[in-house]
Design a protein around this ligand. Structure first.
Ligand code: PEP
Ligand code: MN
Length: 288
Protein backbone atom coordinates (compact mmCIF):
# COMPACT_ATOMS: atom_id res chain seq x y z
CA UNK A 1 0.00 0.00 0.00
CA UNK A 2 1.34 3.41 -0.88
CA UNK A 3 1.42 6.22 1.61
CA UNK A 4 -1.38 7.95 -0.28
CA UNK A 5 -3.57 4.87 -0.07
CA UNK A 6 -2.85 4.49 3.62
CA UNK A 7 -3.81 8.12 4.14
CA UNK A 8 -7.18 7.41 2.53
CA UNK A 9 -9.03 9.34 -0.14
CA UNK A 10 -7.87 12.68 1.16
CA UNK A 11 -4.32 11.81 0.27
CA UNK A 12 -5.41 11.63 -3.35
CA UNK A 13 -7.20 14.97 -3.38
CA UNK A 14 -5.48 18.17 -4.28
CA UNK A 15 -5.59 19.93 -0.97
CA UNK A 16 -4.69 23.53 -0.48
CA UNK A 17 -5.66 24.85 2.86
CA UNK A 18 -5.47 21.60 4.82
CA UNK A 19 -1.87 20.98 3.94
CA UNK A 20 0.41 21.98 6.72
CA UNK A 21 3.79 21.39 8.09
CA UNK A 22 4.25 20.10 11.60
CA UNK A 23 4.04 22.85 14.16
CA UNK A 24 1.83 25.17 12.11
CA UNK A 25 -1.45 24.56 13.87
CA UNK A 26 -4.49 26.76 13.63
CA UNK A 27 -5.42 28.38 16.92
CA UNK A 28 -8.79 30.11 17.28
CA UNK A 29 -8.99 33.21 19.45
CA UNK A 30 -12.62 33.91 20.29
CA UNK A 31 -13.23 36.96 22.45
CA UNK A 32 -10.24 36.15 24.65
CA UNK A 33 -10.85 32.39 24.70
CA UNK A 34 -8.41 30.10 22.94
CA UNK A 35 -9.33 26.93 21.05
CA UNK A 36 -6.20 25.00 20.23
CA UNK A 37 -2.54 25.32 21.17
CA UNK A 38 -1.99 24.24 24.77
CA UNK A 39 -5.45 25.35 25.90
CA UNK A 40 -8.39 23.09 26.73
CA UNK A 41 -11.84 24.65 26.34
CA UNK A 42 -15.13 23.52 27.83
CA UNK A 43 -18.09 24.68 25.75
CA UNK A 44 -21.37 24.09 27.60
CA UNK A 45 -25.01 25.04 27.52
CA UNK A 46 -28.46 23.69 26.83
CA UNK A 47 -29.39 21.72 23.75
CA UNK A 48 -31.96 24.35 22.98
CA UNK A 49 -32.84 27.79 24.27
CA UNK A 50 -36.23 27.34 25.95
CA UNK A 51 -36.86 30.42 28.06
CA UNK A 52 -35.13 33.48 29.48
CA UNK A 53 -34.88 31.93 32.94
CA UNK A 54 -33.44 28.62 31.70
CA UNK A 55 -30.96 30.34 29.38
CA UNK A 56 -29.61 32.87 31.86
CA UNK A 57 -29.48 30.39 34.76
CA UNK A 58 -27.50 27.97 32.60
CA UNK A 59 -25.18 30.64 31.23
CA UNK A 60 -24.27 31.81 34.74
CA UNK A 61 -23.60 28.21 35.79
CA UNK A 62 -21.35 27.70 32.77
CA UNK A 63 -19.37 30.84 33.51
CA UNK A 64 -19.09 30.08 37.24
CA UNK A 65 -17.90 26.53 36.47
CA UNK A 66 -15.07 27.83 34.28
CA UNK A 67 -16.66 27.20 30.91
CA UNK A 68 -15.02 28.99 27.99
CA UNK A 69 -17.99 29.40 25.67
CA UNK A 70 -21.78 29.09 25.94
CA UNK A 71 -23.68 26.86 23.54
CA UNK A 72 -27.42 26.86 22.83
CA UNK A 73 -29.62 26.25 19.82
CA UNK A 74 -32.16 28.75 18.54
CA UNK A 75 -32.64 26.64 15.41
CA UNK A 76 -32.76 22.89 16.07
CA UNK A 77 -32.46 20.05 13.58
CA UNK A 78 -34.96 17.43 14.78
CA UNK A 79 -35.55 13.95 13.47
CA UNK A 80 -39.32 14.43 13.52
CA UNK A 81 -40.87 17.40 11.73
CA UNK A 82 -43.45 17.56 14.54
CA UNK A 83 -40.90 18.17 17.33
CA UNK A 84 -39.84 21.56 18.74
CA UNK A 85 -37.51 23.30 16.29
CA UNK A 86 -36.24 26.11 18.49
CA UNK A 87 -37.38 29.61 19.38
CA UNK A 88 -35.75 31.12 16.28
CA UNK A 89 -35.17 34.90 16.48
CA UNK A 90 -36.41 35.03 20.09
CA UNK A 91 -33.84 32.33 20.95
CA UNK A 92 -31.10 34.42 19.33
CA UNK A 93 -32.22 37.42 21.39
CA UNK A 94 -31.94 35.36 24.60
CA UNK A 95 -28.46 34.19 23.60
CA UNK A 96 -27.42 37.80 23.07
CA UNK A 97 -28.70 38.61 26.55
CA UNK A 98 -26.76 35.68 28.03
CA UNK A 99 -23.63 36.94 26.32
CA UNK A 100 -24.15 40.44 27.68
CA UNK A 101 -24.75 39.17 31.23
CA UNK A 102 -21.92 36.64 31.43
CA UNK A 103 -19.39 37.76 28.83
CA UNK A 104 -19.33 34.23 27.44
CA UNK A 105 -18.95 33.98 23.66
CA UNK A 106 -21.88 32.22 21.97
CA UNK A 107 -21.88 29.03 19.90
CA UNK A 108 -25.14 28.47 18.03
CA UNK A 109 -26.22 26.40 15.08
CA UNK A 110 -27.04 27.68 11.61
CA UNK A 111 -29.44 25.36 9.82
CA UNK A 112 -30.58 27.44 6.91
CA UNK A 113 -28.79 30.00 4.76
CA UNK A 114 -31.77 32.33 5.04
CA UNK A 115 -30.97 32.81 8.75
CA UNK A 116 -27.27 33.61 8.26
CA UNK A 117 -27.48 37.37 8.81
CA UNK A 118 -29.50 37.03 12.01
CA UNK A 119 -27.35 34.24 13.38
CA UNK A 120 -24.04 35.96 12.68
CA UNK A 121 -25.19 39.00 14.62
CA UNK A 122 -25.24 36.90 17.79
CA UNK A 123 -22.88 34.00 17.15
CA UNK A 124 -19.20 34.20 18.01
CA UNK A 125 -18.99 30.69 16.58
CA UNK A 126 -21.44 29.25 14.05
CA UNK A 127 -22.13 25.56 14.54
CA UNK A 128 -22.72 23.43 11.48
CA UNK A 129 -24.45 20.32 12.78
CA UNK A 130 -23.86 16.70 11.90
CA UNK A 131 -26.83 16.62 9.54
CA UNK A 132 -25.47 19.55 7.54
CA UNK A 133 -21.84 18.50 7.35
CA UNK A 134 -22.23 17.87 3.64
CA UNK A 135 -24.45 20.85 2.88
CA UNK A 136 -21.80 22.35 0.66
CA UNK A 137 -23.66 25.59 -0.15
CA UNK A 138 -24.00 26.27 3.59
CA UNK A 139 -20.31 25.47 4.16
CA UNK A 140 -19.19 27.86 1.43
CA UNK A 141 -21.43 30.60 2.75
CA UNK A 142 -20.10 30.35 6.33
CA UNK A 143 -16.66 30.31 4.77
CA UNK A 144 -17.44 33.66 3.15
CA UNK A 145 -19.09 35.00 6.32
CA UNK A 146 -15.70 34.94 8.05
CA UNK A 147 -17.17 33.84 11.40
CA UNK A 148 -15.42 31.02 13.35
CA UNK A 149 -17.08 27.66 12.64
CA UNK A 150 -17.63 24.54 14.75
CA UNK A 151 -18.02 21.76 12.19
CA UNK A 152 -19.52 18.51 13.42
CA UNK A 153 -18.79 15.15 11.87
CA UNK A 154 -21.78 13.65 10.03
CA UNK A 155 -23.55 10.68 11.59
CA UNK A 156 -22.01 8.28 9.08
CA UNK A 157 -19.16 10.32 7.68
CA UNK A 158 -15.57 9.24 7.33
CA UNK A 159 -12.72 11.43 8.49
CA UNK A 160 -11.89 12.13 4.85
CA UNK A 161 -15.40 13.44 4.30
CA UNK A 162 -15.17 15.61 7.41
CA UNK A 163 -11.82 17.05 6.34
CA UNK A 164 -13.07 17.78 2.84
CA UNK A 165 -16.19 19.42 4.29
CA UNK A 166 -13.87 21.67 6.31
CA UNK A 167 -12.01 22.40 3.10
CA UNK A 168 -15.22 23.91 1.64
CA UNK A 169 -15.06 26.53 4.43
CA UNK A 170 -11.31 27.04 4.30
CA UNK A 171 -11.18 27.53 0.55
CA UNK A 172 -13.41 30.61 0.95
CA UNK A 173 -10.70 32.19 3.07
CA UNK A 174 -12.02 31.27 6.53
CA UNK A 175 -9.61 29.02 8.40
CA UNK A 176 -11.17 29.63 11.83
CA UNK A 177 -12.65 26.14 11.93
CA UNK A 178 -12.74 23.58 14.73
CA UNK A 179 -13.63 19.98 13.95
CA UNK A 180 -15.97 18.08 16.27
CA UNK A 181 -16.26 14.33 16.77
CA UNK A 182 -19.80 13.71 18.07
CA UNK A 183 -20.31 9.97 17.66
CA UNK A 184 -21.05 7.93 14.56
CA UNK A 185 -23.55 5.24 13.60
CA UNK A 186 -22.30 1.73 14.17
CA UNK A 187 -23.97 -1.66 14.70
CA UNK A 188 -23.94 -1.13 18.50
CA UNK A 189 -27.41 -0.18 19.82
CA UNK A 190 -26.50 0.17 23.52
CA UNK A 191 -25.91 3.90 23.26
CA UNK A 192 -27.10 6.67 20.96
CA UNK A 193 -23.94 6.75 18.82
CA UNK A 194 -20.41 5.36 19.12
CA UNK A 195 -17.85 7.99 20.13
CA UNK A 196 -14.86 7.58 17.85
CA UNK A 197 -12.01 8.87 19.98
CA UNK A 198 -9.40 7.61 17.54
CA UNK A 199 -10.61 10.47 15.38
CA UNK A 200 -8.92 12.93 17.76
CA UNK A 201 -5.26 12.05 17.18
CA UNK A 202 -5.89 11.12 13.56
CA UNK A 203 -7.64 14.39 12.68
CA UNK A 204 -4.87 16.30 14.42
CA UNK A 205 -2.30 14.38 12.45
CA UNK A 206 -4.06 15.02 9.16
CA UNK A 207 -5.05 18.65 9.53
CA UNK A 208 -3.90 21.76 11.35
CA UNK A 209 -7.35 22.46 12.80
CA UNK A 210 -8.31 22.19 16.48
CA UNK A 211 -10.36 19.11 17.36
CA UNK A 212 -13.07 19.02 20.01
CA UNK A 213 -15.38 16.23 21.19
CA UNK A 214 -19.13 16.17 21.93
CA UNK A 215 -19.74 13.32 24.38
CA UNK A 216 -23.37 14.35 25.05
CA UNK A 217 -24.80 13.53 21.63
CA UNK A 218 -22.67 10.42 21.31
CA UNK A 219 -23.80 8.97 24.63
CA UNK A 220 -27.42 10.05 24.83
CA UNK A 221 -27.01 9.35 28.57
CA UNK A 222 -25.83 11.69 31.33
CA UNK A 223 -23.85 9.02 33.20
CA UNK A 224 -21.55 8.43 30.22
CA UNK A 225 -20.66 12.08 29.68
CA UNK A 226 -17.98 12.29 32.39
CA UNK A 227 -16.02 9.14 31.44
CA UNK A 228 -16.17 10.07 27.74
CA UNK A 229 -15.07 13.63 28.49
CA UNK A 230 -12.12 12.40 30.55
CA UNK A 231 -11.16 10.07 27.72
CA UNK A 232 -11.47 12.85 25.14
CA UNK A 233 -9.26 15.14 27.21
CA UNK A 234 -6.72 12.36 27.73
CA UNK A 235 -6.72 11.65 23.98
CA UNK A 236 -5.51 15.19 23.33
CA UNK A 237 -8.73 16.96 22.33
CA UNK A 238 -8.61 20.77 22.35
CA UNK A 239 -11.92 20.89 24.18
CA UNK A 240 -15.35 19.40 24.64
CA UNK A 241 -18.89 20.61 24.00
CA UNK A 242 -21.45 19.35 26.50
CA UNK A 243 -25.13 19.87 27.17
CA UNK A 244 -26.25 21.17 30.54
CA UNK A 245 -29.65 22.14 31.94
CA UNK A 246 -30.87 23.37 35.35
CA UNK A 247 -33.70 20.80 35.34
CA UNK A 248 -32.95 18.11 32.75
CA UNK A 249 -36.23 16.29 33.54
CA UNK A 250 -38.08 19.31 32.15
CA UNK A 251 -35.83 19.89 29.13
CA UNK A 252 -37.65 20.14 25.81
CA UNK A 253 -34.78 18.47 24.03
CA UNK A 254 -31.99 16.03 25.02
CA UNK A 255 -32.71 16.09 28.78
CA UNK A 256 -31.48 12.51 29.41
CA UNK A 257 -27.96 13.41 28.19
CA UNK A 258 -27.79 16.85 29.81
CA UNK A 259 -25.59 17.41 32.84
CA UNK A 260 -27.19 19.26 35.75
CA UNK A 261 -26.00 22.83 36.26
CA UNK A 262 -25.44 21.91 39.93
CA UNK A 263 -22.84 19.28 38.96
CA UNK A 264 -21.08 21.32 36.28
CA UNK A 265 -18.31 22.86 38.39
CA UNK A 266 -17.18 19.45 39.72
CA UNK A 267 -17.40 18.01 36.23
CA UNK A 268 -15.26 20.77 34.68
CA UNK A 269 -12.65 20.41 37.43
CA UNK A 270 -12.25 16.70 36.71
CA UNK A 271 -12.06 17.16 32.96
CA UNK A 272 -9.49 19.93 33.34
CA UNK A 273 -7.36 17.53 35.42
CA UNK A 274 -7.48 14.96 32.61
CA UNK A 275 -6.59 17.65 30.06
CA UNK A 276 -3.61 18.63 32.21
CA UNK A 277 -2.38 15.03 32.09
CA UNK A 278 -2.45 15.32 28.29
CA UNK A 279 -0.28 18.44 28.49
CA UNK A 280 -2.97 21.10 28.28
CA UNK A 281 -3.18 24.12 30.51
CA UNK A 282 -6.35 25.91 31.52
CA UNK A 283 -6.34 29.65 31.29
CA UNK A 284 -8.73 31.34 33.72
CA UNK A 285 -11.62 32.79 31.75
CA UNK A 286 -11.86 36.56 31.77
CA UNK A 287 -14.31 37.63 34.43
CA UNK A 288 -16.71 40.41 33.47
C1 PEP B 1 -26.48 19.88 18.85
O1 PEP B 1 -25.29 20.10 19.14
O2 PEP B 1 -27.42 20.40 19.43
C2 PEP B 1 -26.76 18.90 17.77
C3 PEP B 1 -27.96 18.85 17.21
O3 PEP B 1 -25.73 18.13 17.49
P1 PEP B 1 -25.45 17.15 16.23
O4 PEP B 1 -25.54 18.00 15.01
O5 PEP B 1 -24.09 16.62 16.52
O6 PEP B 1 -26.52 16.08 16.28
MN1 MN C 1 -28.85 18.29 21.68
Amino acid sequence: MSTDEEAGAIGRHRLGSLQHTQGERTVLEIEGRTIGAEQFAVIAGPCTVESREQTLETAHAVRDAGGALFRGGAYKPRTSPYDFHGLGPEGLRLLAEARLETGLPIVTELLDLRDLDQVREVADVIQIGARNMQNYALLEEVGRAGVPVLLKRGLSSTLDELLLAAEYILKEGNDAVMLCERGIRTFEPSYRFTLDLMAVPVLKERSHLPVIVDPSHAAGRRDLVLPLSLAAAAAGADGIIVEVHPRPEEAICDGPQSLRTSELAGFVERVHAAAAVAGKSIREPAVV
